[in-house]
Design a protein around this ligand. Structure first.
Ligand code: ADP
Length: 609
């Protein structure tokens, strides 16, 4: 009965004498060590010894001799095929009926499988730990109550706490107070095995700063299926959140700017027109809608455009040019014929709209309605022309009667001087003087009116050297009388009528002779090129003009001198009228007592230097 138990045991059961000679060997011993009972019995147990552990056999026998047992001693033994087996040995002394120790019984349990499992476990734990520590993610393991049981190094870095400061504390302690309720709820859900969505939490670090973690977790279960905790994987998303915030701020700013811009576009009294790259349909702001008498979108082809009275083909409209060339176009003035047939005048500036790649995706145009200004200008121009015609006609028609008044008052003075009393003589002289002065004024007025007459300036041409020589010749008598010198430098050919240049230069030189000081007058005429113009200078060494009068003297009948110096105050007005007729300017540089330099610009001849 006992023998049957021994034979059916899973453990090797061996008996040996005190010298270690094997006396019995059950079936399990055969299986575990590979020796049959026949091979083993009679042999020493030393056949099972492993090099390096051979000393164990006599040591165990020694203990047995002393009556001691060896319990669950784990060691290695060699099998018959040379391989090694992990065994747990329990050795007890065997006594005879007299109680003397005569041998030992040994139970050897094969623990190789368990040992291997233990090793595998250790290996896998080391691998797991290596992975966890090397992870770029923070790993946070909580027990079922939410208390930290493990954190990896990365998580300690993220939180700024030592491992021992985190482990043993509830994870919610580290959440920002506002986040804690949410944290607890999420943990409960995870415990139920749900909620695999990443969640974002604001975390308080040990130094008080805040970071954002994205946390994804899952429940862990033990062998019996019971919950052992929750593992949370944590990613630092502070930078991303910061960028998102920046983008949100920027978007808000952009939105506000856009709203401002939209308001501006809606209220600005300038028409704003947008077209796409086909330049067919238009979108208009309220000002443009009002100006053009259409709704907020319409077709370009509903309009017609004229420049200087000539119709512009559609492809030459500013918006079309901007879309085609990718360049801005600024137009002085265009005439737009609206769908209703009404005509308006606009100033326009267009600019291409580019996409991100810099390709033209349309154009934007700004239009300013200048119809009212244009009408006023036209009215003024017409009134001016009428006024000039009237002045001219009046002056012209007055010439004849004034000539008669001069003539007859002179005759009266000649023939009747001394015939009446002295008072009558004086009155006659005053009449003669007044009549002469009126005649001079009328003649000057006529020249002034003629100076601005609308002569074509396109073909105008003069050699300023010839003109200057003619001026000197015309003023010869006065030059000699004043003992003056008039010198002209080398002068250019200019795009101005000979008669007009003569009128200007002669007026300026004769003023130089008239408004002299005690020294003999010295007058120089010169010219200097600047861009498409010549700047002429007539410089004298006369009385000069203080700066506050510089502008005034160009007005009609404006004089700084009294009757002591003859003149009507029209000479400089004529000069200005002639010069501006050619698109030029006239001005004076002078100070009282220091001579004057009158300057004016004249268009250069095209192509001439
Ligand atoms: P007028 O010579 O007939 O008075 P202008 O129109 O030629 O008329 O000149 C207007 C005024 O400008 C003159 O009365 C004079 O006071 C002043 N003026 C013109 N030229 C000179 C000059 N070269 N030097 C000083 N004053 C001048």
């Amino acid at each position: 009965m006992l023998a049957a138990v021994v034979e059916s045991s899973d453990d090797a059961i061996i008996t040996k004498d005190l010298d270690g000679i094997i006396l019995s060997w059950n079936r399990a011993a055969e299986r575990i060590f590979g020796y049959s009972a026949d091979e083993a019995i009679g042999n020493s147990v030393a056949i099972l010894a492993v090099p390096g552990r051979a000393h164990e056999v006599p040591e165990i026998l020694e203990r047995v001799r002393r009556g001691e047992s060896v319990d669950h001693f784990e060691t290695l033994r060699r099998r018959k095929d040379g391989s090694v087996v992990h065994v747990s040995l329990t050795v007890s002394p065997v006594r005879n009926q007299r109680g003397e120790i005569i041998g030992a019984s040994k139970i050897a349990r094969d623990v190789t499988a368990r040992k291997r499992m233990e090793q595998d476990l250790r290996d896998s734990e080391a691998r797991f730990r290596g992975m966890v520590e090397a992870s770029a993610e923070g790993i946070w393991i909580l027990d079922p109550y939410g208390v930290t049981t493990f954190v990896n190094r990365r998580l300690t870095e993220m939180l700024g706490y030592e491992e021992h400061e985190i482990v043993g504390r509830p994870a919610v302690d580290f959440l920002h107070p506002d986040e804690r309720q949410r944290g607890v709820e999420a943990f409960e859900q995870r415990k139920q095995g749900g909620d695999f969505e990443p969640r974002e939490y604001r975390i308080l670090r040990s130094d008080g700063s805040e970071i954002w973690l994205s946390v994804i977790g899952s429940a862990m279960y033990g062998a019996g299926g019971s919950l052992t905790g929750v593992v949370e994987m944590c990613t630092d998303i502070t930078e991303r959140r910061r960028n998102e915030q920046k983008i949100r701020d920027l978007n808000r700013e952009l939105g506000a700017k856009l709203a401002e811009l939209e308001t501006l576009v809606n209220v600005v009294p300038v028409g704003i027109v947008l077209c796409d790259h086909e330049c067919r349909s238009l979108r208009l702001n309220p000002a443009a809608q009002k100006m053009l008498g259409v709704g907020d979108d319409c077709e370009l082809s509903q309009f017609r455009v004229r420049r200087h009275g000539a119709e512009l083909p559609l492809e030459n409209w500013p918006m079309q040019i901007s879309v085609r060339t990718g360049k801005g176009v600024v137009e002085e003035e265009l005439e737009v014929i609206l769908p209703s047939g009404k005509v308006i005048y606009v100033l326009s500036a267009t600019s291409p709209l580019l996409d991100e790649q810099g390709k033209v995706r349309g154009a934007v145009g700004c239009i300013l309605d200048v119809t009212a200004r244009k009408n006023v200008e036209d009215g003024l121009r017409r009134a001016n022309v009428a006024l000039e015609q009237f002045a001219y006609a009046a002056a012209h028609d007055l010439q004849e009667p004034v000539r008669n008044v001069v003539l007859y008052s002179q005759l009266l003075a000649q023939d009747y001087a001394g015939r009446f009393d002295a008072k009558a003589d004086k009155l006659i002289n005053v009449t003669v003087e007044g009549a002469r002065r009126m005649q001079a004024l009328i003649q000057d007025l006529l020249s002034y009116a003629r100076a601005g007459s609308d002569e074509n300036t396109a073909e105008a041409f003069a050699d300023a050297n010839v003109v200057a020589a003619e001026v000197v010749q015309n003023l010869r008598t006065a030059i000699d009388a004043e003992q003056a010198s008039v010198e002209a430098a080398e002068l250019p050919l200019v795009a101005m009528r000979h008669g007009h240049l003569l009128q200007v230069l002669q007026n300026l030189v004769s003023n130089g002779l008239k408004y002299r000081r005690a020294d003999a007058p010295r007058i120089e005429i010169s010219a200097m090129r600047q861009g498409a113009e010549w700047i002429f200078t007539v410089r004298d060494n006369g009385q000069g003009i203080s700066p506050e009068h510089h502008h005034r003297i160009f007005g009609v009948f404006k004089r700084l001198h009294g009757r002591d110096v003859p003149g009507t105050g029209i000479g400089l007005a004529i000069c200005e009228r002639v010069v501006t007729h050619y698109g030029g300017r006239i001005w004076v540089e002078s100070e009282a007592g220091r001579g004057s330099a009158f300057r004016f610009t004249v268009p250069a001849l095209r192509g001439a230097q």
